[in-house]
Design a protein around this ligand. Structure first.
Ligand code: ZN
Length: 383
């Protein structure tokens, strides 16, 4: 059994605890947390801080092979059904698809993610390509598939962690009924959907259905969380809160596509679980540090009041809670996914606030210790 000892951010509130020891069981979960003196395999120096591994709450790992081909295009030109992304998805070979996925996984691991939640295109084949690639990487992928060709929702659900619907326009009554029945019968099945990413989506929804898309999605689907909600209004947030539905925002891609910075403060104030995701890899690298700093800088310039700790939770604790998975926090029974930072590193030294240092100053180069499910990925002090 593996054990690690250091100063750490512990529990669902990421509370700072000095000199604490974590015992990780053979199944990779944390089975003991204590301050007692016991033999310990990895004792980190006192300048180190352990935190839970990052969770990328929304990403499309399949589109890395389209890096930097869409800057300046509209949302529709980039990711619409007739856009650059879907043209490439339908014309590329399996080998190209695998290379693209593997590049994304490599970046995730190098940047300190220990989990990600992927919206997987390409039906069952798409799911299997990701699963086969994941075997070689120390990272957990929660895969939300979608139907494609003849693949049924039931088959997709069996092979994945749930369904990631592209938008309300792809829904019909039968499909929603089926997704809700599957969720009722499979305890860990997740339903999620892209909503209100742009004003065009909302006006198209009003034109087609006479109502905003968030209201329709909530009424039709038994949802765990929604993606974007960039243009959600007060009433939308009340619907989400009432349904106990989380929101995953993707500020980097919103701004990449020329859209607005999302209403992070309103989501938090409403008491809704906020997750953050890097979204399409072709727009921006899956880098938690860039995402956190960017979110905090932009929150200031859009007059939103959020704390660095709120942002850190959105990439650790909250995605674990909204997916009901034991990930994203250093608590008993949770996965032994750790990152350790030497606060004496030049980027972090002299900082008067741990949470600000981690969210606004740290980079992946500051990760000195990295563990996934109790298995060591990196320990720079190791002899
Ligand atoms: Zn997406």
């Amino acid at each position: 059994m593996v054990s690690v000892r250091a100063n750490a951010l512990v529990g669902s509130d990421l509370e700072f605890v000095e000199d604490v020891r974590f015992q990780i069981g053979s199944d990779g979960t944390i089975i003991d947390i204590s301050k007692e003196e016991k033999p310990t395999k990895y004792i980190l120096p006192s300048s180190y801080l352990l935190i839970p591994g990052f969770v990328n709450a929304h990403v499309h790992v399949g589109d890395a092979y389209l890096k930097d081909q869409t800057y300046g295009l509209s949302l529709d030109e980039a990711v619409g059904l007739a856009g650059v992304k879907h043209k490439k998805l339908s014309s590329s070979s399996t080998a190209e698809k695998i290379a693209s996925i593997r590049n994304s996984l490599e970046m995730h691991v190098n940047n300190g993610f220990t989990s990600f939640i992927d919206f997987r295109e390409g039906g069952l084949q798409g799911i299997n390509l990701l699963k086969e690639s994941l075997v070689d990487f120390p990272i957990r992928g929660l895969i939300l598939g979608r139907t494609f060709n003849e693949d049924s929702l039931v088959e997709i659900s069996k092979q994945s962690d749930g369904i990631g619907f592209s938008d309300v326009f792809s829904l019909d009554d039968a499909l929603c009924r089926e997704a809700n029945i599957i969720k009722e019968n499979k305890i860990d099945h997740l339903n999620a959907i892209h909503v209100s990413e742009s004003l065009e989506v909302i006006s198209q929804s009003l034109t087609s259905y006479g109502r905003r898309d968030i209201e329709i999605a909530i009424e039709q689907l038994d949802l765990d969380f929604v993606i974007h909600a960039t243009y959600a209004d007060k009433k939308d947030f009340q619907f989400l809160k009432k349904g106990d539905i989380g929101v995953v925002c993707c500020p980097l891609t919103n701004l990449y596509h020329g859209l607005d910075f999302p209403p992070l403060e309103a989501i938090i104030t409403e008491g809704i679980l906020l997750g953050l995701g890097t979204d399409n890899v072709f727009c921006c690298n899956p880098d938690p540090f860039r995402l956190m700093a960017f979110s905090l800088y932009n929150a200031r310039s859009t007059n939103q009041h959020i704390t660095p700790k709120n942002i850190l939770k959105a990439l650790t604790v909250n995605p674990g809670l909204m997916t009901q998975r034991k990930i994203g926090q250093l608590s008993m029974g949770y996965s032994g996914d750790f990152l350790g930072f030497d606060l004496n590193n030049p980027n972090l030294r002299f900082s008067k606030d741990l949470y600000t240092a981690l969210t606004m100053r740290a980079t992946s180069a500051d990760i000195g210790f990295h563990m996934y499910k109790g298995r060591l990925v990196k320990w720079e002090n190791q002899k």
